[in-house]
Design a protein around this ligand. Structure first.
Ligand SMILES: *Cc1c(COP(=O)(O)O)cnc(C)c1O
Length: 388
């Protein structure tokens, strides 16, 4: 195995190079904040001066811009990505006795919100290449109780939506996209969130478009549905103190919307930078035994996370951590084997592709401001690990 890098060897120890030994964080939000600080401060000042802290004008503007960006007619700003899912399920009337088909390989909120609204998450296994819901495994999971399919665009890569959408249409099921990691990703030219009945976005700080706290949004092409969501997020009130339906308190802070408005201007550039970083990793890691993330020809992956399959994953993670290289495992235990889902009665071996992935994946530092030098360091350490 040859390395394109200057690597340490016993014969030729590397020259002491303090810059090269700086830790490389998994994610560094501080740089981005510093770069945008004058504009963000001005936007926040405007909110402070207005005194409209909840659902203020910036929230309305952000909804309009996000609806356009996601190629949807309507957008409803809410308090988090988890709430986007929860309100969507609720607005669709999904509850006790209903089943929703989803992936076992995701963040807890995906299936957690299904369970929380009283319905049953039915897990279909993943495609080991994309880590996304395998369309071929959905049909056999459909029963007379199935109400919806909830695919996740994991790590920023769109799920294979055409066959999933065909199935949903054919069987009269709702289609909800969990776009929390994939804002701006495209599938066959369409922006994710516009491919089903509703798209759920998260603006958690680590997502590709991140607030300074919690925030989320639902995008949809359906006016009635959008209106229902707007009611649900605000205590079911159409007018003050007249609750027409039983709702939630899930409003977006005006401050968060103002910050997100500034950041939205950069989102396309940031997503392109993430893609460029991913391409470089793919190239630089070609001659190692790791499996770099394959990108489907139909989709535009936006790399919220850059994930490898790596032999001796846990040792590699330890080595990288020991050398100051940030890394993480998303997700070390698939949802069907986590305690919160024990009532579903799954046992190890029931969803083998997800279980294998959870043992083999590891994610590397990726964020738009990651430098080429930092990336080189990450790759050098991976080379070193597999050489010895
Ligand atoms: C982040 C995330 C969520 C939840 O979003 P929050 O804003 O943290 O509530 C849901 N699903 C997936 C796949 C996520 O990554």
């Amino acid at each position: 195995m040859s390395s394109p890098f200057r690597t340490a060897s016993k014969l030729n120890p590397p020259p002491p190079d303090s810059a090269a030994q700086e830790p490389v964080p998994l994610l560094d939000l501080k740089r981005q904040t510093r770069l945008l600080e004058p504009r963000i401060t001005a936007a926040m000042r405007e909110v402070l001066d207005s005194g409209e802290f909840i659902l203020g004008p910036a929230v309305v503007r952000l909804e309009e811009r996000m609806a356009r960006y996601c190629q949807c007619r309507y957008a409803v700003a809410v308090a988090s990505g988890t709430d986007a899912l929860r309100l969507t399920l609720s607005a669709l009337g999904i509850g006790p006795g209903d089943e929703v088909i989803t992936t076992p390989f995701s963040f807890v909120a995906t299936a957690g919100t299904i369970l929380r609204c009283g319905a049953t998450p039915v897990f279909a296994d993943i495609d080991p290449g994309s880590y996304n819901l395998d369309p071929d495994r959905i049909e056999s999971a459909i029963t007379s109780r199935t109400r919806a399919i909830l695919p996740v665009h994991l790590y920023g890569q769109p799920a294979d939506m055409d066959p999933i959408r065909d199935l949903a249409t054919e069987r009269g099921l709702r289609l909800i996209e969990d776009c929390a990691q994939a804002v701006g990703a495209r599938y066959g030219g369409a922006v994710v969130g516009s491919l089903g009945d509703a798209g759920c976005l998260s603006f958690f700080p680590t997502k590709n478009l991140g607030a300074f706290g919690d925030a989320g949004m639902i995008v949809t092409g359906n006016a009635d549905f959008g209106e229902r969501l707007a009611l649900l997020r605000n205590q079911g009130n159409r007018r003050k103190h007249r609750a027409d339906v039983l709702g939630f308190n899930s409003r977006m802070d005006t401050l968060q919307a103002a910050i997100l408005e500034v950041k939205l201007d950069s989102l396309e550039d940031w997503n392109s930078q993430r893609r460029a970083i991913a391409r470089r990793y793919n190239r630089w890691l070609e001659e190692t035994p790791v499996k770099t993330p394959p990108e489907s020809r139909r989709g535009r992956h936006v790399y919220n996370v850059y994930t490898l399959r790596a032999p001796r994953r846990d040792q590699l993670a330890n080595r990288l951590a020991g050398r100051g290289i940030g890394n993480a495992v998303y997700y070390p235990v698939p949802l069907h084997l986590q305690g919160a889902f024990s009532r579903l009665g799954h046992t190890p071996g029931s969803l083998p592709a997800a279980e294998t992935a959870s043992r083999e994946v590891i994610s590397l530092p990726i964020f738009p401001e990651l430098t080429r030098e930092q990336q080189r360091r990450v790759c050098e350490e991976i080379y070193d690990f597999y050489r010895n």
